[in-house]
Design a binder for this molecule. Structure first.
Ligand SMILES: NC(=O)c1ccc[n+]([C@@H]2O[C@H](COP(=O)([O-])OP(=O)(O)OC[C@H]3O[C@@H](n4cnc5c(N)ncnc54)[C@H](O)[C@@H]3O)[C@@H](O)[C@H]2O)c1
Length: 275
Protein backbone atom coordinates (compact mmCIF):
# COMPACT_ATOMS: atom_id res chain seq x y z
CA UNK A 1 0.00 0.00 0.00
CA UNK A 2 1.25 3.45 -0.86
CA UNK A 3 1.41 6.11 1.85
CA UNK A 4 -0.99 8.96 2.42
CA UNK A 5 1.64 11.66 2.93
CA UNK A 6 0.21 15.18 3.17
CA UNK A 7 -3.36 14.00 2.65
CA UNK A 8 -6.01 15.18 5.10
CA UNK A 9 -8.03 12.41 6.73
CA UNK A 10 -11.16 13.05 8.79
CA UNK A 11 -12.38 10.31 11.15
CA UNK A 12 -15.63 10.45 13.15
CA UNK A 13 -15.92 8.41 16.31
CA UNK A 14 -12.14 8.69 16.54
CA UNK A 15 -12.14 8.99 20.32
CA UNK A 16 -12.32 5.23 20.80
CA UNK A 17 -12.22 1.78 19.21
CA UNK A 18 -12.21 1.42 15.44
CA UNK A 19 -12.14 5.18 14.77
CA UNK A 20 -9.13 5.69 17.04
CA UNK A 21 -7.34 2.80 15.31
CA UNK A 22 -8.04 4.21 11.84
CA UNK A 23 -6.99 7.73 12.90
CA UNK A 24 -3.69 6.32 14.19
CA UNK A 25 -3.24 4.24 11.03
CA UNK A 26 -3.88 7.23 8.74
CA UNK A 27 -1.28 9.19 10.73
CA UNK A 28 1.23 6.31 10.39
CA UNK A 29 0.67 6.45 6.63
CA UNK A 30 1.61 10.14 6.71
CA UNK A 31 -1.82 11.84 6.67
CA UNK A 32 -2.80 14.87 8.73
CA UNK A 33 -5.70 13.62 10.81
CA UNK A 34 -8.81 15.41 12.02
CA UNK A 35 -10.06 13.47 15.03
CA UNK A 36 -13.80 14.07 15.48
CA UNK A 37 -15.94 12.77 18.30
CA UNK A 38 -18.74 13.75 20.67
CA UNK A 39 -16.45 12.59 23.47
CA UNK A 40 -13.86 15.32 23.89
CA UNK A 41 -11.69 13.41 26.36
CA UNK A 42 -11.43 10.36 24.12
CA UNK A 43 -10.76 12.51 21.06
CA UNK A 44 -7.97 14.45 22.75
CA UNK A 45 -6.44 11.15 23.92
CA UNK A 46 -6.32 10.00 20.28
CA UNK A 47 -4.70 13.29 19.20
CA UNK A 48 -2.12 12.85 21.98
CA UNK A 49 -1.27 9.33 20.82
CA UNK A 50 -0.80 10.50 17.23
CA UNK A 51 1.40 13.45 18.22
CA UNK A 52 3.45 11.29 20.61
CA UNK A 53 4.16 8.99 17.65
CA UNK A 54 5.34 11.97 15.57
CA UNK A 55 2.15 12.53 13.56
CA UNK A 56 -0.05 15.57 13.05
CA UNK A 57 -3.64 15.64 14.35
CA UNK A 58 -6.30 18.08 15.51
CA UNK A 59 -9.48 17.50 17.49
CA UNK A 60 -12.94 18.81 16.67
CA UNK A 61 -16.02 18.01 18.74
CA UNK A 62 -18.96 16.80 16.67
CA UNK A 63 -22.36 15.27 17.15
CA UNK A 64 -22.87 13.49 13.82
CA UNK A 65 -26.66 13.51 14.25
CA UNK A 66 -26.60 17.33 14.10
CA UNK A 67 -26.08 18.64 10.56
CA UNK A 68 -24.78 22.05 11.73
CA UNK A 69 -22.23 20.38 13.97
CA UNK A 70 -21.13 18.17 11.04
CA UNK A 71 -20.81 21.15 8.70
CA UNK A 72 -18.66 22.91 11.31
CA UNK A 73 -16.46 19.77 11.60
CA UNK A 74 -15.75 19.75 7.87
CA UNK A 75 -15.04 23.50 7.85
CA UNK A 76 -12.54 23.08 10.71
CA UNK A 77 -10.84 20.23 8.82
CA UNK A 78 -10.39 22.32 5.68
CA UNK A 79 -9.34 25.46 7.62
CA UNK A 80 -6.79 23.45 9.59
CA UNK A 81 -5.14 21.42 6.83
CA UNK A 82 -6.31 23.05 3.58
CA UNK A 83 -8.03 20.03 2.00
CA UNK A 84 -10.19 16.99 2.68
CA UNK A 85 -8.92 13.90 0.88
CA UNK A 86 -10.16 11.05 3.07
CA UNK A 87 -13.20 10.63 5.31
CA UNK A 88 -13.91 7.68 7.55
CA UNK A 89 -17.52 8.13 8.69
CA UNK A 90 -17.44 5.77 11.59
CA UNK A 91 -19.24 7.16 14.67
CA UNK A 92 -21.96 4.81 15.85
CA UNK A 93 -23.91 3.53 18.80
CA UNK A 94 -25.45 0.20 19.72
CA UNK A 95 -28.52 -0.68 21.78
CA UNK A 96 -29.22 -3.49 24.19
CA UNK A 97 -30.75 -6.63 22.70
CA UNK A 98 -34.52 -5.90 22.69
CA UNK A 99 -37.20 -7.44 20.47
CA UNK A 100 -38.76 -4.98 18.01
CA UNK A 101 -41.96 -4.39 20.01
CA UNK A 102 -39.88 -3.39 23.03
CA UNK A 103 -37.87 -0.71 21.23
CA UNK A 104 -38.96 2.78 22.33
CA UNK A 105 -39.52 5.47 19.70
CA UNK A 106 -36.84 7.61 21.36
CA UNK A 107 -34.27 4.79 21.17
CA UNK A 108 -35.18 4.08 17.53
CA UNK A 109 -34.86 7.75 16.61
CA UNK A 110 -31.52 8.22 18.40
CA UNK A 111 -29.99 5.11 16.83
CA UNK A 112 -31.10 6.00 13.30
CA UNK A 113 -30.07 9.64 13.86
CA UNK A 114 -26.51 8.73 14.84
CA UNK A 115 -25.81 5.66 12.70
CA UNK A 116 -27.70 6.40 9.47
CA UNK A 117 -28.55 10.11 9.37
CA UNK A 118 -25.09 10.82 10.80
CA UNK A 119 -23.41 8.99 7.91
CA UNK A 120 -25.58 10.86 5.41
CA UNK A 121 -24.90 14.20 7.11
CA UNK A 122 -21.14 13.61 7.00
CA UNK A 123 -21.15 12.76 3.29
CA UNK A 124 -23.44 15.73 2.53
CA UNK A 125 -20.84 18.04 4.08
CA UNK A 126 -17.74 16.24 2.75
CA UNK A 127 -18.73 15.64 -0.88
CA UNK A 128 -18.85 19.30 -2.05
CA UNK A 129 -15.29 19.84 -0.76
CA UNK A 130 -14.04 16.67 -2.45
CA UNK A 131 -15.89 17.49 -5.67
CA UNK A 132 -14.24 20.91 -5.82
CA UNK A 133 -10.85 19.22 -5.37
CA UNK A 134 -11.78 16.60 -7.99
CA UNK A 135 -10.73 13.77 -5.73
CA UNK A 136 -11.59 12.01 -2.50
CA UNK A 137 -12.10 8.67 -0.80
CA UNK A 138 -14.84 7.94 1.72
CA UNK A 139 -15.26 4.83 3.85
CA UNK A 140 -18.39 4.39 5.97
CA UNK A 141 -18.47 1.96 8.87
CA UNK A 142 -21.39 -0.42 8.37
CA UNK A 143 -21.37 -3.77 10.19
CA UNK A 144 -21.91 -7.46 9.72
CA UNK A 145 -25.39 -6.39 10.90
CA UNK A 146 -25.68 -4.43 7.65
CA UNK A 147 -25.54 -7.69 5.70
CA UNK A 148 -27.68 -10.07 7.79
CA UNK A 149 -30.53 -9.77 10.28
CA UNK A 150 -29.94 -10.18 14.01
CA UNK A 151 -32.87 -10.92 16.34
CA UNK A 152 -33.07 -8.31 19.09
CA UNK A 153 -31.07 -5.73 17.15
CA UNK A 154 -33.64 -4.60 14.56
CA UNK A 155 -32.96 -0.86 14.84
CA UNK A 156 -29.19 -1.37 14.66
CA UNK A 157 -29.44 -3.77 11.69
CA UNK A 158 -31.84 -1.35 9.94
CA UNK A 159 -29.38 1.52 10.43
CA UNK A 160 -26.44 -0.51 9.12
CA UNK A 161 -28.36 -1.92 6.13
CA UNK A 162 -29.14 1.74 5.45
CA UNK A 163 -25.43 2.61 5.53
CA UNK A 164 -24.74 -0.14 2.96
CA UNK A 165 -27.45 1.16 0.59
CA UNK A 166 -26.40 4.77 1.09
CA UNK A 167 -22.81 3.83 0.27
CA UNK A 168 -23.84 2.17 -3.02
CA UNK A 169 -26.03 5.07 -4.17
CA UNK A 170 -23.52 7.81 -3.33
CA UNK A 171 -20.73 5.79 -4.95
CA UNK A 172 -22.72 5.66 -8.20
CA UNK A 173 -23.50 9.38 -8.05
CA UNK A 174 -19.81 10.31 -7.72
CA UNK A 175 -18.04 7.47 -9.58
CA UNK A 176 -17.19 9.64 -12.58
CA UNK A 177 -16.19 12.64 -10.45
CA UNK A 178 -13.02 11.26 -8.84
CA UNK A 179 -14.64 10.32 -5.54
CA UNK A 180 -14.77 6.73 -4.32
CA UNK A 181 -17.23 5.64 -1.62
CA UNK A 182 -16.98 2.28 0.12
CA UNK A 183 -17.89 0.73 3.46
CA UNK A 184 -16.45 -1.81 5.86
CA UNK A 185 -18.61 -4.35 7.65
CA UNK A 186 -16.76 -5.33 10.81
CA UNK A 187 -17.64 -8.49 12.66
CA UNK A 188 -17.32 -8.52 16.45
CA UNK A 189 -14.48 -6.17 17.39
CA UNK A 190 -12.92 -5.46 20.78
CA UNK A 191 -14.09 -1.87 21.50
CA UNK A 192 -16.24 0.06 23.97
CA UNK A 193 -19.40 -0.17 21.89
CA UNK A 194 -20.85 -3.02 23.93
CA UNK A 195 -21.38 -0.56 26.75
CA UNK A 196 -24.10 1.23 24.77
CA UNK A 197 -23.11 4.17 26.95
CA UNK A 198 -20.68 6.31 25.03
CA UNK A 199 -22.01 8.98 22.76
CA UNK A 200 -25.70 8.90 23.67
CA UNK A 201 -25.38 12.61 24.42
CA UNK A 202 -28.42 12.39 26.73
CA UNK A 203 -27.65 14.50 29.80
CA UNK A 204 -31.17 14.52 31.32
CA UNK A 205 -31.86 12.75 34.62
CA UNK A 206 -33.54 9.89 32.73
CA UNK A 207 -30.54 9.66 30.42
CA UNK A 208 -28.18 9.63 33.37
CA UNK A 209 -30.16 6.83 35.09
CA UNK A 210 -30.19 4.77 31.89
CA UNK A 211 -26.46 5.28 31.57
CA UNK A 212 -25.97 4.12 35.17
CA UNK A 213 -28.07 0.97 34.59
CA UNK A 214 -26.16 0.21 31.40
CA UNK A 215 -22.86 0.70 33.17
CA UNK A 216 -23.81 -1.86 35.81
CA UNK A 217 -24.88 -4.25 33.03
CA UNK A 218 -21.55 -3.66 31.33
CA UNK A 219 -19.64 -4.64 34.46
CA UNK A 220 -21.72 -7.82 34.73
CA UNK A 221 -21.21 -8.54 31.04
CA UNK A 222 -17.50 -7.94 31.30
CA UNK A 223 -17.23 -10.33 34.22
CA UNK A 224 -19.14 -13.00 32.35
CA UNK A 225 -17.68 -11.98 28.98
CA UNK A 226 -20.57 -13.44 26.91
CA UNK A 227 -19.70 -11.20 23.96
CA UNK A 228 -16.29 -12.80 23.61
CA UNK A 229 -17.72 -16.26 24.16
CA UNK A 230 -20.60 -15.84 21.68
CA UNK A 231 -18.37 -14.17 19.12
CA UNK A 232 -15.77 -16.91 19.35
CA UNK A 233 -18.50 -19.52 18.85
CA UNK A 234 -20.09 -17.67 15.92
CA UNK A 235 -16.94 -16.56 14.10
CA UNK A 236 -15.21 -19.14 11.88
CA UNK A 237 -11.82 -17.80 12.98
CA UNK A 238 -12.86 -18.40 16.58
CA UNK A 239 -11.88 -14.97 17.89
CA UNK A 240 -12.99 -11.36 17.85
CA UNK A 241 -11.10 -8.69 15.92
CA UNK A 242 -8.77 -6.03 17.21
CA UNK A 243 -9.72 -2.53 15.96
CA UNK A 244 -6.41 -2.32 14.07
CA UNK A 245 -7.57 -5.19 11.83
CA UNK A 246 -10.53 -3.07 10.70
CA UNK A 247 -8.36 0.06 10.39
CA UNK A 248 -5.97 -1.67 7.99
CA UNK A 249 -8.81 -2.36 5.54
CA UNK A 250 -10.13 1.19 5.89
CA UNK A 251 -6.66 2.57 5.09
CA UNK A 252 -6.37 0.26 2.07
CA UNK A 253 -9.77 1.38 0.72
CA UNK A 254 -8.64 5.01 1.02
CA UNK A 255 -5.30 4.39 -0.70
CA UNK A 256 -4.45 4.52 -4.41
CA UNK A 257 -4.12 0.72 -4.35
CA UNK A 258 -7.93 0.66 -4.18
CA UNK A 259 -8.30 3.16 -7.04
CA UNK A 260 -10.78 0.97 -8.98
CA UNK A 261 -12.96 -0.01 -6.01
CA UNK A 262 -16.15 1.93 -5.29
CA UNK A 263 -19.63 1.13 -4.00
CA UNK A 264 -18.58 -1.95 -2.06
CA UNK A 265 -19.02 -3.04 1.51
CA UNK A 266 -16.08 -5.17 2.58
CA UNK A 267 -16.74 -7.65 5.38
CA UNK A 268 -13.90 -7.78 7.93
CA UNK A 269 -15.41 -10.48 10.04
CA UNK A 270 -13.24 -13.55 10.55
CA UNK A 271 -15.25 -15.44 7.92
CA UNK A 272 -18.75 -14.79 9.31
CA UNK A 273 -20.24 -13.63 5.99
CA UNK A 274 -19.11 -16.83 4.29
CA UNK A 275 -20.90 -19.02 6.83
N1 LIG B 1 -17.22 -3.15 17.91
C1 LIG B 1 -17.90 -3.95 17.09
O1 LIG B 1 -18.05 -5.15 17.35
C2 LIG B 1 -18.50 -3.38 15.83
C3 LIG B 1 -18.95 -4.29 14.86
C4 LIG B 1 -19.50 -3.79 13.68
C5 LIG B 1 -19.59 -2.43 13.47
N2 LIG B 1 -19.14 -1.57 14.44
C6 LIG B 1 -19.27 -0.14 14.16
O2 LIG B 1 -18.01 0.47 14.29
C7 LIG B 1 -18.18 1.86 14.55
C8 LIG B 1 -17.25 2.29 15.66
O3 LIG B 1 -17.65 1.63 16.85
P1 LIG B 1 -16.64 1.03 17.92
O4 LIG B 1 -16.89 -0.42 17.99
O5 LIG B 1 -15.27 1.52 17.67
O6 LIG B 1 -17.27 1.65 19.25
P2 LIG B 1 -16.74 2.71 20.29
O7 LIG B 1 -17.89 2.94 21.22
O8 LIG B 1 -15.44 2.26 20.85
O9 LIG B 1 -16.50 4.02 19.41
C9 LIG B 1 -17.57 4.76 18.91
C10 LIG B 1 -17.19 6.24 18.98
O10 LIG B 1 -18.26 7.00 18.39
C11 LIG B 1 -18.46 8.14 19.18
N3 LIG B 1 -19.83 8.64 19.00
C12 LIG B 1 -20.98 8.08 19.42
N4 LIG B 1 -22.01 8.86 19.11
C13 LIG B 1 -21.51 9.93 18.45
C14 LIG B 1 -22.07 11.08 17.87
N5 LIG B 1 -23.40 11.31 17.91
N6 LIG B 1 -21.27 11.98 17.26
C15 LIG B 1 -19.92 11.78 17.23
N7 LIG B 1 -19.32 10.72 17.79
C16 LIG B 1 -20.11 9.80 18.38
C17 LIG B 1 -18.23 7.66 20.60
O11 LIG B 1 -17.98 8.74 21.50
C18 LIG B 1 -17.03 6.74 20.41
O12 LIG B 1 -15.81 7.41 20.57
C19 LIG B 1 -19.67 2.05 14.85
O13 LIG B 1 -20.30 2.61 13.71
C20 LIG B 1 -20.16 0.65 15.09
O14 LIG B 1 -21.53 0.49 14.79
C21 LIG B 1 -18.59 -2.01 15.60
Amino acid sequence: MRGLTDETALVTGAGSGIGRASACRFAEEGANVVVADIDEEGGRETVGRIRDAGGDAAFVRVDVSDTESVQHMVEVAVETYGSLDIAHNNAGILTDFVETTGVSEADWDRLIDVNLKGTWACMKAELPVMEEQGRGAIVNTASESGLVGIPGLSSYTASKHGVVGLTKSVALEYASRGIRVNAVAPGPTRTNIQSGVLGTGDTSLVGWLRTAVRSVRLVVRTLRSPFDTAAMRETPMGRIADPEEIAGVVAFLCSSDASYITGHTVPVDGGQAAD
